[in-house]
Design a protein. Structure first.
Length: 102
């Protein structure tokens, strides 16, 4: 009988608040276009890379993978208002550890 390894995933809930870019935002170099609607997020990844996302669509909620651009603080395929939570990928299955337990 083989043993299984359990992956632990830590989800980071996302709260995205809409914000209309102001002249002060542009003057501060935060955003470029006055009047554009952007989303201010309570918690986003610190590093660029691929992440798991819980995504809401009109008909369902599902898990997806997307790339996070740390410089822009955005995911490539999803807007912050579509994302419920993000997580780092769990460690892959450790075959050496499984073999050692036999």
């Amino acid at each position: 009988m083989s043993e299984t390894q359990t992956a632990k995933i830590k989800w980071h809930p996302v709260v995205a608040e809409p914000h209309t870019v102001t002249e002060e935002d542009v003057d501060a170099g935060i955003f470029i276009d006055i009047g554009e609607t952007v989303f201010l997020v309570n918690d986003c990844p610190d590093e660029e890379g691929d992440y798991l996302l819980t995504v809401n669509s009109q008909s369902s909620r599902y898990v997806a993978e997307d790339h996070f651009d740390a410089e822009l603080a955005m995911f490539e395929s999803f807007d912050w208002d579509e994302i419920t939570a993000w997580a780092e990928f769990p460690e892959p299955f450790n075959l050496d550890e499984a073999e050692a337990k036999k």
